[in-house]
Write a protein that binds this ligand. Structure first.
Ligand code: FAD
Length: 498
């Protein structure tokens, strides 16, 4: 009988890359396990970061809770604004828009979400628009914001990604993270085990470690290039493969939401920060050239352009495994969907927290590796399906791009969800999913699905009771909305410029 060698304890951790992923991982690891680990981060100013990734979702609060960060300090340091959701313009039909808010819409019953009551009320002629029952949506449209007690308003942030990286670096270094400036020229592996042993920098320095975290961006220098883990492409479901990003000067007060404006070949984002606006187009290179996309972007921005737009190529998908041997990839090195629902920073955070939960201090066990890979796959696949929904369910047929999206075969679980919602208004959610019922309902209805029926529980209510129930929700939303200052007023009061 052969015995496998005893697992080697992990003490020296090397993070390759200092973009948003590298510094979020450094901060989280240092905070949670810093006393037991020696953490070094290698990054190259010459290579730089991808330089985009400025819209977040509310899960980021958990990251900041873990780090025990002060919200005001974070907002000042990153020029952040508040985000209540995303406005989807021209997605269902040109000239129409809907809103995916972070908030709850009304309050449902354990048997059926609020939208079942709303659907019945609308059928009986008793309901206003679905968005009238959602505080976050109403506040976004009125450009108002305030923090409310008991998490009374659900929000995320827009922030300057470069400033966020610098902020997390200032947080991490006092906790013992050692930053090493340099270009990784070679990755050394052990011939017998296949493990990574060290990074050779261009100046000859060698950074050895027991465990490596690949945060080198799309190149995936460690997991992809060195360990040879293949990339699984999802471009048959997600048609965009290119982006152009450009920053412009601030024009007017920032709105508390991201704008996503569909075009015949992709879509455009607008992300307002305190000091400037982030803009970009995400497009399919099979349907529009870089030059045409650039012209369309520049024709659709406000304010002065601060820097030449830059083309970024990507393949939607993920590495077949994100942990192999003694290397975990987190961030773009592990995969990328596309920025439509601002989920990449969330996936970085999940990667970091999952790693802390499964950290192999006493040595790497294959069961931890398998568990990490399984959880990572489940986390990204449900987000992937949610994004596909936006492209696939549309009335648009004005371009080959949109016709292709409408006609494509979608993943089996998404297909089931769409049918289930069309038939019954029910959302086939799985435990632990990122996007909850209200997100799916807003996007499914926003993209144009009208369910054929709804849950029978609503029939227990006569017209008067149902109208009073919905009217009560709407009044409460309107009452709270009246009390909110403008978004800009709130920023000025909450965190005045230092
Ligand atoms: P990078 O930022 O590319 O960092 C890689 C790091 O590795 C850098 O420090 C680099 O210097 C270093 N490096 C690479 N090679 C070497 C080497 N040889 N030697 C030394 N160092 C090296 N996410 C969101 O959550 N919200 C959004 O709104 C959003 N918008 C996006 C828009 C676009 C167009 C794209 C492409 C992505 C967007 N993302 C968004 C994703 C987000 O940008 C990334 O998840 C995030 O920036 C993390 O990137 P990263 O740290 O993995 O990679």
């Amino acid at each position: 009988m052969t015995t496998s060698p005893a697992p080697q304890p992990i003490r020296r951790v090397v993070i390759a890359g200092g973009g948003t992923a590298g510094w979020m991982v450094a901060a989280g690891l240092a905070k949670c396990l810093g006393r037991q680990l020696e953490i070094r981060l290698v990054e190259s100013e010459e290579i730089g970061t991808v330089g985009v990734g400025e819209a977040t979702i509310p899960t980021l609060h958990f990251m900041h809770e873990i780090l025990d960060l002060e919200e005001k300090e974070f907002i000042q340091a990153t020029q952040a604004t508040f985000k209540l959701g995303i406005s989807f313009e021209n997605w269902r039909n040109v000239g129409e828009h809907y809103f995916h808010s972070f908030g709850k819409t009304g309050q449902g019953h354990w048997t059926a979400g609020f939208h079942h009551f709303w659907l019945d009320a609308r059928r009986r002629g008793l309901a206003g628009g679905y968005g009238e029952y959602c505080l976050e949506l109403q506040a976004a449209m009125a450009n108002r914001f305030a923090l409310l007690p008991d998490n009374g308003i659900n929000y995320a942030y827009h922030f300057d990604a470069t400033l966020y990286g610098q902020y997390l670096r200032r947080f991490s270094e006092p906790l013992g993270v050692q930053r090493i400036e340099g270009k990784i020229a070679q990755v050394h592996t052990d011939a017998a085990s296949g493990n990574i042993t060290g990074l050779q920098l261009a100046d000859g320095t060698r950074v050895d470690g027991d465990f490596f975290i690949d945060c080198t961006g799309m190149r995936s220098l460690l997991l992809g290039e060195t360990l040879g883990v293949p990339y699984e492409s999802w471009s048959h479901w997600l048609p965009c493969d290119s982006a152009l990003a450009v920053q412009t000067t601030r024009v007017g007060e920032p709105v508390p939401y991201t704008r996503s404006i569909a075009h015949p070949w992709g879509w455009q984002w607008r992300i307002p920060l305190q000091h400037r606006v982030g803009n970009g187009v995400v497009f399919s290179s099979r349907h529009i050239s870089d030059d045409e996309a650039k012209a369309a972007l520049l024709a659709n921005v406000e304010g002065e352009v601060l820097r030449e737009p830059r083309v970024i190529r990507f393949t939607p998908g993920q590495r077949e495994q994100v942990w192999k041997k003694n290397c975990v990839a987190i961030g773009l090195s592990s995969g990328f969907l596309e920025p439509l629902e601002s989920t990449s920073i969330h996936l970085i955070q999940k990667g970091m927290t999952r790693l802390v939960e499964l950290f192999p201090s006493d040595g790497i066990r294959q069961s931890d590796v398998d568990e990490y890979n399984q959880q990572a796959r489940e986390a990204i696949e449900v987000i992937r399906d949610f994004i596909i929904l936006h492209y696939h369910v549309t009335n648009r047929d004005d371009s080959a791009f949109w016709r292709g999206c409408r006609d494509m075969e979608v993943p089996a679980l998404l297909k089931h969800r769409l049918q289930h919602f069309r038939d019954t208004a029910r959302i086939a959610l799985r435990p632990g999913e990122l996007f909850a019922e209200n997100s799916w309902v807003q996007v499914m209805m926003g993209q144009g699905i009208q369910p054929a029926s709804h849950h029978p529980i609503t029939r227990n209510m006569d017209d008067r009771t149902l109208a009073d129930f919905l009217g009560g929700v709407r009044k409460e939303v309107a009452r709270t909305l009246m009390k909110l200052p403008s978004h800009q007023q709130f920023i000025d009061q909450f965190c005045p410029a230092p």
